[in-house]
Design a protein around this ligand. Structure first.
Ligand code: URP
Ligand code: ZN
Length: 457
């Protein structure tokens, strides 16, 4: 089957080309200023639109069980929303709970992901690091998992610095990488105790319990751990200028550092917690200040930030109400998997912080490279998978929970005026989103990933 995309602004690896792209049997068959569409069963006019390699969301939590509740979105609802927003692949955090094997977590996540509408892979989040887990690394690699995650926080997940050191060192030797949630848990606990004792129970105190230095301390510690281990560092959901400064210092002394930020740290801020539904903004790290937003956007401009993932981890307002009288009991996380591209375009490209070329790298190419999917994914190249997002830069609209496909009654971005929107999406060549409407569901496939492509080495 042949499909011709006509007259798009094709976002290639090194330039934006005004031209055509031909899809044949799920693969990109030709790219050029003007292609012959003879024999094409469908021709799509992409005039005025950017044509990107399908976006990859490096950070989702679908169907995640917490101690007291589970996320509102599962893979079926979450990946539908992802696809409509232009995301053709998600990397979700399969989670190895204490006492469980990584293999069990892998099978559990494969089951959860059945019926997905976009492609998916898994990072393996580990809650313990011991002889048994270490013995499983090779099996994980065989199954296509080459990225892992550890948390410096959350009682059920937290590991210690020695375990992080051992993990980053071992995994680097096997061409894998491990992302770390960087915050100082002991300080957070002390500050939560202080705030609650003073009667400070509202959502805004979530931010005050985890000020910028709490993250900067975690980032600085990770940089030192990785320097000692002679391993690359990957910081998930970086949110502060101080954390960015710590990563910059490490790079200046020769370290290989990968940085992820999220749309919420580019467009939302601490004052949002003061809204009547402030609980919906409770996520970790918390929302920061305008000066942090600016530092991160400038970091994107300077190619210091590697990619933007959503950290989609949705909860309904009823679930958020668990912390009505105590901010520390509000389940952490927010919905956003559908809105990433329109937020990054509006906040990044429109004011000139980044170019459309950089947007392609931040939303797709860099993740495909590091996480072992390149060049099948992450690039418009002849021979690559035809996972393609057609983005209309002139489609002003207001983001709302009602318009999102998320299985969630709230959006942290409610009322946000977005300048552009995903119009069409091709998943392995299948025209699954047409004029903003999801027309094909459940076609997502597991992506077994290769060794990490450490492009900053
Ligand atoms: O608040 C958040 N981000 N919840 C999801 C888990 C995590 O910390 O990434
Ligand atoms: Zn997360």
């Amino acid at each position: 089957m042949r499909t011709l995309l006509k007259k798009g602004r094709l976002v290639l690896e090194d330039r934006v080309l005004e031209g055509d792209l031909l899809i044949e049997d799920g693969i990109i068959a030709a790219i050029g200023p003007e292609l012959d569409g003879a024999g094409a069963s469908e021709t799509v006019d992409a005039n005025g639109c950017y044509v990107f390699p399908g976006f990859i969301d490096t950070h989702t939590h679908f169907d995640l069980d917490l101690a007291t509740t589970s996320t509102a979105d599962n893979f079926v609802t979450g990946t539908r929303a992802a696809l409509v927003g232009g995301t053709t692949a998600v990397l979700d955090f399969a989670t190895q709970d204490k006492g469980m094997t990584m293999l069990d977590a892998y099978h559990k996540w494969q089951k959860k992901a059945e019926g997905s509408s976009c492609h998916y892979g898994f990072h393996m989040a580990v809650s313990e690091w011991n002889r048994e887990r270490i013995a499983e690394i090779d099996e994980m690699i065989r199954l296509g998992i080459t990225s892992f995650k550890m948390y410096m926080v959350y009682d059920t997940m937290r590991v210690n610095d020695g375990q992080i050191y051992d993990a980053v060192k071992r995994l680097a030797k096997k061409d894998c990488i491990i992302g770390v949630h960087c915050e100082n848990d002991d300080i957070i606990k002390a500050r939560v105790g202080e705030l609650l004792a003073e009667g400070c129970t509202a959502p805004v105190y979530h931010a005050d319990s985890r000020p910028n230095l709490v993250e900067a301390d975690g980032v600085s510690r990770l940089m030192d751990i990785c320097a000692l281990a002679e391993a690359p560092a990957w910081v998930v959901h970086l949110s502060t200028k101080e954390g960015l400064a710590e990563a910059r210092k490490a790079r200046a002394r020769g370290q290989e550092v990968y940085l992820e930020t999220c749309p919420q740290y580019l467009v939302l801020e601490r004052e949002d917690y003061l809204q009547p539904d402030g609980a919906k903004f409770v996520m970790s790290p918390p929302l920061r200040s305008k000066s942090d937003q600016k530092a991160l956007l400038e970091g994107m401009h300077a190619n210091e930030i590697d990619w933007v993932g959503t950290d989609h981890c949705s909860f309904t307002m009823a679930q958020k109400a668990a912390g009505r009288d105590d901010f520390s009991k509000i389940p952490n996380g927010g919905a956003g998997v559908q809105n990433r591209a329109e937020l990054v375009y509006t906040r990044g490209v429109v004011p000139g912080y980044i170019t459309p070329l950089q947007m392609g790298k931040l939303l797709s190419e860099n993740a495909a490279r590091l996480f072992g999917m390149f060049p099948k994914k992450g690039v418009l190249r002849v021979g690559s998978d035809a996972d393609i997002t057609v983005f209309d830069p002139h489609c002003p609209h207001t983001i709302s929970a009602a318009a999102n496909l998320h299985n969630c009654d709230n959006s942290p971005y409610e009322g946000y005026a977005a300048a552009g929107k995903t119009r069409d999406v091709f998943l392995s060549g299948i025209h699954a989103v047409q004029n903003g409407m999801l027309v094909r569901e459940g076609l997502g496939r597991y992506i077994p990933r290769n060794a990490c492509g450490r492009y900053r080495k």
